[in-house]
Design a protein around this ligand. Structure first.
Ligand code: GLY
Length: 306
């Protein structure tokens, strides 16, 4: 395998400090090792590394909802077969992405949510796992205390913390013949219990076809209502490269919703593109088994007044 591509993002406003980039790189390289074997297996391997880390808002490290509970969303899609599966508002599993994969491979269901998703996970042998990292527990306590005083919480919505931290994660890949995408998140700090974001929303925050693989993050509701991931796929199908398609899609999102976001896409020729309009959006790319040096997504923030 010397022509595959894996691109991984660490979410909106995620730190670009070495320690964050190194985990993203480790995840991408691990996925690349499995790329020839199975696209879905490669995606799962990438996201498992990030779900295990307390540094990202997914798996262990997820932000807490209003009630102080972690509810996670994860999704996976294989372009050539158009198979899709997602879990939403799932609790107490270490790897929501693995539950989504099991759903895809072992059932005819497409999305499971809440208690049903947890029940399915247990039936598949996924053990109970504590997903609350200490820093996120403290962040939630501080945010709730601010609300109790009638103040706006200082924490970043995506990362849960005021200091650099990690957000939702996503991965797109091309193995030389097909495209696939996956994403995992704890959602937004203080979200309404039961709230589901764009991560498991087909066409909103994730899409894969014979044309492209796309993952998005940011204000989930805005991505869902604008079907942004599907729009990126359509723009690529019309002959545009992923950089142009993600740029157009983010411009459209901002025009319609005034929302912040980040989009990562790869096309069927192995071209990667990514655009965001926030403080940071770290992306690492492995092409032909090697890390691309200092890959930088396009930042539209300067062009958009928030
Ligand atoms: N983009 C993550 C969420 O809104 O849940």
């Amino acid at each position: 395998m010397d022509m595959g591509i894996i691109a991984v993002h660490g979410g909106l406003d995620t730190s670009r400090e070495k320690q964050y980039l190194e985990i993203l790189q480790e995840a991408a390289l691990k996925g690349y090792e499995l790329l020839l074997k199975s696209r879905v297996q490669a995606l799962e391997a990438v996201l498992q590394v990030l779900e295990k880390s307390p540094k990202f808002n997914c798996g262990y490290g997820s932000v807490l909802n209003f009630d102080g509970i972690v509810e996670m969303d994860a999704a996976i899609m294989d372009g050539p077969s158009s198979r899709f599966a997602a879990v939403a508002a799932i609790q107490d599993v270490q790897h929501p992405i693995s539950v989504a994969r099991a759903l895809m491979e072992k059932t005819s269901n497409v999305i499971l949510a809440g208690a049903g998703a947890v029940k399915f996970a247990r039936a598949q042998g996924f053990p109970v796992a504590d997903c609350i990292a200490g820093r996120q527990r403290e962040a939630w306590q501080k945010a709730r205390a601010s609300l109790a005083r009638g103040e706006k919480p200082a924490q970043n919505l995506y990362t849960g913390l005021a200091a650099p931290y990690g957000d939702t994660v996503g991965c797109v890949l091309w193995d030389g013949t097909g495209l696939a995408a996956a994403s995992s998140t704890g959602g937004c700090l203080l979200k309404t219990p039961g709230r589901v974001g764009d991560t498991p929303s087909l066409g909103g925050g994730i899409f894969a076809s014979k044309t492209s693989a796309v993952v998005c993050t940011g204000i989930g509701e805005a991505f869902i209502e604008t079907l942004t991931a599907k729009y990126v796929d359509q723009v690529i199908a019309a002959g545009n490269e992923p950089n142009q398609a993600t740029r157009l899609a983010l411009g459209r999102l901002y025009e319609q919703k005034k929302a912040e976001g980040g989009i990562l896409a790869v096309d069927a020729r192995g071209n990667v593109g990514s655009t965001f309009n926030a403080g940071r959006f770290p992306v690492v790319v492995v092409a032909g088994g090697r890390l691309i040096d200092n890959y930088q997504p396009v930042n539209l923030r300067a062009e958009q007044v928030h």
